[in-house]
Design a protein around this ligand. Structure first.
Ligand SMILES: Cc1cc2nc3c(=O)[nH]c(=O)nc-3n(C[C@H](O)[C@H](O)[C@H](O)COP(=O)(O)O)c2cc1C
Length: 307
């Protein structure tokens, strides 16, 4: 694993990002819509929507809610199923310059394994991000909350694929560091942290939850201080690369996660308000990278981390 002088990031087992900034799972679909607005060839990676063995229609609306300080979602893993992603979408992924990492989810160990096997060595798919951290489906957090369960799942998927295996961690676990360590021991090549925080919004008039299922996942700048603490815990627990997410909106907030030892970042909720954010962050980090390689005393090398 390395952050090379040319700005690329080698996460291991063949997954090389052309720059450290990726589009976080679930906030850019499979790249097709956002690819009409921004040049996907310039992002470091596209992490796809969580994909399951069979198509899912997701949860009933409303599925998102704004809060004073962040966004709540309860999409419920709407996706076209792994067969369609492999057969119909991957040929388009193969034409993209950015690495496409398929985010995989399931209701059981067998479902995760089935997805990994189906992906096999599909041209265009550079790695698997194992989503053991979805708060919006029944039992979505079961694997991610318990180090033993996380290890069991990771080992089974590891045995089913030799693609790069990144495990996406939930901050809703009691000890996220213990889960990170467990998946490292079970063959994960990298970890990404964090997924959304379990949250709820109550309508102040009806005094009922806004989201039909009651709870959802909170994301955006609101979670950044929490995510920074979680990423620091994960960084201390593992030796494999850590990819950070949680309220990153600009080059300063991305730099804060990188300063903790994360080697790359994922940009999520901000895509809904500013689809160009990832490209600007990538350009800004490249500029900082250049400055850092210049002799000490070069101005503009550090600003305080925003909170
Ligand atoms: C609408 C929405 C859908 C998401 N879907 C997924 C998903 O399918 N799989 C996953 O691992 N994470 C999913 N996430 C979590 C994000 O990838 C990211 O980890 C989280 O939102 C924190 O980053 P952010 O604050 O920059 O959004 C989703 C987030 C949002 C807002």
């Amino acid at each position: 694993m390395s952050g090379a002088p040319d700005g690329t990031v080698d996460l291991g087992r063949g997954l090389v990002l052309q720059n450290p900034v990726g589009l976080a799972s679930g906030t850019a679909g499979y790249g097709f819509e956002i690819g009409r607005i921004i040049d996907l060839d310039r992002v470091g990676a596209l992490y796809t929507k969580g994909t399951t063995p069979w198509p899912r229609t997701g949860n009933p609306p409303p599925r998102v809610a704004e809060t004073d300080s962040g966004m709540l979602n309860s999409i419920g893993l709407q996706n076209p199923g792994i067969d369609r992603v492999v057969d119909e979408y991957a040929p388009a992924f193969a034409r993209m310059r950015c690495a496409v990492v398929v985010n995989v989810a399931g209701a059981s160990l067998e479902e995760y394994v089935r997805c990994a096997r189906r992906i096999g060595h599909t041209p265009g798919i550079a790695g698997i991000e194992l989503n053991i951290s979805c708060p919006n489906i029944a039992h979505g957090l079961d694997f991610g909350s318990d180090p033993g369960e996380a290890a069991r799942l990771c080992a089974a998927v590891r045995a089913a694929t030799d693609l790069h295996l990144m495990v996406k961690l939930t901050p809703n676990a009691v000890d996220i560091g213990a889960v990170a360590h467990a998946v490292e021991e079970s063959g994960a090549d990298s970890v990404s942290a964090v997924n959304t925080y379990l949250g709820m919004k109550i309508d102040s008039r009806s005094l009922r939850p806004v989201l039909p299922g009651g709870t959802g996942g909170l994301s955006g700048p609101a979670i950044r201080p929490l995510a920074l603490a979680a990423v620091a815990q994960v960084r201390d627990a593992v030796r494999i690369p850590v990819v950070a997410a949680g309220g990153i909106v600009d080059v300063e907030s991305a730099s804060c996660f990188l300063s903790l030892g994360a080697v790359a970042v994922q940009v999520g909720t901000v895509n809904f308000v500013d689809p160009g954010a990832a490209l600007r962050i990538a350009a800004g980090l490249a500029e900082r990278h250049e400055h850092a390689r210049q002799p000490a005393g070069t101005p503009g090398r550090s600003e305080p981390c925003p909170t």
